[in-house]
Design a protein around this ligand. Structure first.
Ligand code: FAD
Ligand code: NAI
Length: 509
């Protein structure tokens, strides 16, 4: 009975503690302290992008050390791992966006933000040309930003491999606008299929949802879409239940190639249960507004062209280099051999340059293009820049001390300065001891639908592969804890509860 009483007390204490922590973080978010103004006499550090790499850097960076300028066409950070859930309305897109202004307003010294696209980086002149490509433009919408130090974190664009018709006819899944577009088009296909006197063949086509690319983006989207159908669509619009169908098309022999064999098999069997068709060894060659043409490799190795009609086509075949990055690569001879992005050294310095770094999907450092890698790279650069500033300050102090020592009159004075110099030299040696960037892989996680997820988690020096409902709960809690802010976490939880109670919203806008 006593133990029960203690357990009860402990529960209360933790509830009070948790409420206090949430209340404090909300208070802290709403009441940022005053900032010191940017100091143009300091080195100008220009950061391109507001994605995983750049924002992790900004989080760690002591902005008092530099004159920091951020340029990005997106004035928010996007938590991409939950983006597939936005395509069906399970999560509202604003729940996974964090305004960059909120992030910057919490830095010690203020940071200049320009909502613009970097159109060209002139390495020789050390300037970035920027352009305001938003709807509303002022008298000036193109200008240049000079830099002393530059961090490129512009991510990547969607790969289409030059396949005809892809850009014109398919939806991508990279940005908030893409998720909104998919959500609208799912409902448009359904309502059009329900149009009076629609032919049976056309109904089948319109309700055929095709996803190209069996990487994690394609798999997660296919899982979310089938959930939407099973949980909500077939209840509210029963007339579509016999014809709604999701197909995942993949050129390789299996989906999720980065996961272990048993998880690939688990994903494939779950998809079978969910009635999602997987078409492996099927490479799309051409896309029109109503069908895709794919080359299918038969079990005997022969190849056959097949036409697959679709209503909605989501294209998720990985990353390609952005034009601003390709242009910079063409200016640097050391990048001539690089094909997939900016080749960087172990300190993330762009090979062949000085004071230019690259992070995330636009950098090639022998790691997969994931948020995990981009986040760790950004945090590494944040620490590196803080140390560089400290080192520079120590070096200046040492110079001043040496001058004082040369001018000192008495032995006592000289000895005191000598001690100070030794102390600063020790500090300098310590601060210079930053090792190269080392990626620590925490594991791979993916949602596969039907409240199941797969996870390859690094544990001690081994690997744990798991799939199922418990892994799904782990997936949810891991991503919830990784959301950018308390505000994001609360909004995502509210969305999950809302969808559980009332279902997803099936209105088109
Ligand atoms: P991004 O996060 O893409 O950010 C790039 C930034 O640069 C953006 O702010 C963009 O607006 C800006 N920008 C673009 N062009 C310019 C320009 N010309 N000038 C200035 N700024 C520019 N990874 C995981 O590890 N786990 C996951 O679960 C996961 N899920 C994902 C789900 C989806 C649907 C997608 C698409 C990706 C997912 N990823 C995941 C991969 C992960 O999102 C990327 O690897 C990560 O976003 C890369 O970070 P980044 O900073 O390089 O680029
Ligand atoms: P991806 O590069 O991982 O997969 C693309 C797939 O498309 C490949 O399997 C490829 O064989 C296939 N493909 C290419 N061309 C094709 C064609 N013409 N026809 C048919 N199939 C074709 O791309 P994805 O999924 O967009 O992911 C990009 C990056 O983001 C990856 O590094 C991934 O790890 C990361 N990511 C991680 C997630 C997670 O950890 N849960 C979720 C989403 C993305």
């Amino acid at each position: 009975f006593r133990a029960l009483r203690w357990a009860w007390r402990l529960t209360w204490l933790s509830a009070i503690g948790l409420t206090g922590a949430v209340a404090y973080s909300i208070f802290d978010l709403r009441q940022p302290p005053d900032q010191s103004p940017p100091d143009p006499s300091k080195k100008t550090l220009v950061i391109l992008g507001t994605g995983w790499g750049s924002v992790s850097l900004l989080k760690k960076l002591d902005t008092e050390n530099y004159n920091v300028i951020v340029v990005s066409p997106r004035n928010y950070f996007l938590f991409t791992p939950l983006l597939p859930s936005c395509t069906t309305g399970l999560i509202e897109h604003r729940s996974i966006m964090e305004p960059i202004r909120n992030i910057l307003r919490h830095k010690k010294a203020s940071v200049q933000f320009y909502e613009a696209e970097a159109t060209k980086i002139d390495y020789e002149k050390r300037v970035v040309y920027i352009s305001d490509d938003s709807e509303i433009k002022g008298d000036i919408s193109h200008t240049e930003v000079p830099f002393d130090m530059l961090v490129i974190g512009v991510g990547a664009e969607n790969a289409t491999f030059g396949i005809p018709g892809v850009r014109e006819n398919s939806c991508f899944l990279k940005e908030v606008g893409d998720a909104q577009n998919i959500r609208k088009r799912i409902m448009d296909c359904i309502e059009t299929a329900c149009f009076k006197d629609q032919t049976e063949e056309e109904v089948k086509r319109l309700l055929h949802m095709v996803v190209v690319g069996g990487g994690p983006t394609g798999v997660e989207f296919a899982g979310e879409l089938q959930d939407f159908f099973n949980d909500d669509l077939k209840k509210w619009i029963p007339e579509i239940k016999d014809n709604f169908h999701v197909t995942l098309v993949e050129a390789l022999p299996n989906v999720l190639p980065m996961f272990s064999k048993q998880l690939i098999e688990y994903t494939e069997s779950t998809f079978k249960e969910e009635e999602i068709s997987i078409r492996t060894k099927t490479m799309v060659k051409k896309v029109t507004d109503k069908y895709i043409q794919a080359e299918v490799t038969k079990p005997d190795g022969s190849k056959e062209l097949e036409t697959i009609p679709y209503g909605l086509l989501v294209w998720a075949t990985g990353n390609a280099i952005r034009s601003v990055v390709r242009d910079l690569m063409s200016q640097i001879p050391a990048q001539a051999e690089s094909r997939r992005g900016l080749a960087v050294n172990e300190y993330l310095v762009v090979n062949g340059t000085e004071n230019v770094w690259a992070v995330g999907d636009c950098a090639i450092a022998n790691y997969a293009p994931t948020a995990q890698v981009a986040g760790q790279e950004g945090a590494f650069l944040g620490r590196l820049f803080n140390i560089m500033a400290k080192t520079e300050a120590l070096e200046k102090e040492l110079e001043a001390l040496s001058e004082r020592q040369a001018q000192a009159k008495g032995d006592e004075d000289r000895n005191q300065i000598f001690d100070e110099i030794r102390e600063r030299q020790k500090q300098l040696r310590r601060s210079k001891q930053i090792g190269p960037f080392q990626y620590s892989h925490q594991g791979s996680l993916a949602y596969i639908g039907k409240e199941r997820a797969v996870a390859d988690i690094s544990w001690l020096s081994g690997n744990i592969a798991s799939g199922g409902t418990m892994t799904y709960l782990f997936w949810r809690s891991a991503y919830l804890s990784m959301c950018f802010s308390t505000r994001n976490r609360v909004l995502v939880c509210v969305d999950w509860v809302k969808a559980r109670l009332f279902g997803r919203d099936v209105s088109r806008e």
